[in-house]
Design a protein. Structure first.
Length: 211
């Protein structure tokens, strides 16, 4: 035997293939890399000697399976504390005594000023229901509250009251008449029916010329 030397060989024989598989299994299970040193005592015999002295290079050293819990914890995002429940100013104000809602006040009714009486007196009044045109050119309508007077201006408002019943009606002058002594007003049928029965025909009334 000339000498011993270490070198890597490519196995072509069945024994070499088996040896290579054994080395792979040993590396997978143990997690270490073995340096295979092949020695050739007698090249004619075709046998190979394996040197399985384990070596652990720094570059292939497996990481420690027991990692520090603090290291893994630091990698995970830290949980933020939930905001503490605090009542806002608006919520706090709910504890204060509530004031009653203002009650709606009734609105004062508008009162119209009483019409000014320009003239008053008593006279006889009758009614009429026939006619086509009034003295001011309107079509006569017995259902409207109108009246005829000898001298009062057209559209003058006159309050006519029945003294016996106290009923009164306001009429508008739009015609002329009556031309019978003792009578100063000739009311439309509707106006006369407001203060008395039309069966009466005529009666003494109290009148007030309104301004």
């Amino acid at each position: 035997m000339v000498g011993r030397h270490s070198r890597t060989r490519i196995f072509s024989s069945p024994a070499g293939i088996v040896a290579t598989a054994a080395v792979g299994v040993a590396l997978a299970v143990g997690g270490t890399v073995g340096a295979v040193q092949l020695t050739s005592g007698a090249e004619q015999s075709g046998q190979a000697a394996l040197d399985l002295t384990p070596t652990t290079p720094a570059s292939l050293a497996p990481s420690s399976p027991t990692a520090s819990p603090s290291a893994s914890a630091s990698a995970s995002p830290s949980a933020t504390a939930s905001p503490s429940a605090s009542r806002s100013a608006q919520a706090a104000s709910r504890g204060k005594a509530r004031t009653e809602a203002p009650k709606p006040r009734p609105t004062a009714k508008k009162t119209t000023a009483a019409a000014k009486v320009l003239e008053s007196g008593s006279c006889g009044a009758s009614f009429y229901s026939d006619g086509q045109l009034t003295a001011n050119g309107e079509s006569f309508n017995p259902s409207e509250l109108t009246a005829a007077h000898k001298t009062l201006p057209f559209n003058t408002r006159v309050r006519v009251t029945n003294p016996s019943s106290g009923k009164s009606v306001v009429v508008r002058i739009n015609d002329r008449g009556p031309f019978i002594d003792g009578r100063c007003l000739d009311l439309s049928r509707a106006a006369f029916a407001t203060i008395a029965s039309t069966d009466v025909g005529a009666l003494t009334v109290r009148y007030e010329v309104l301004g």
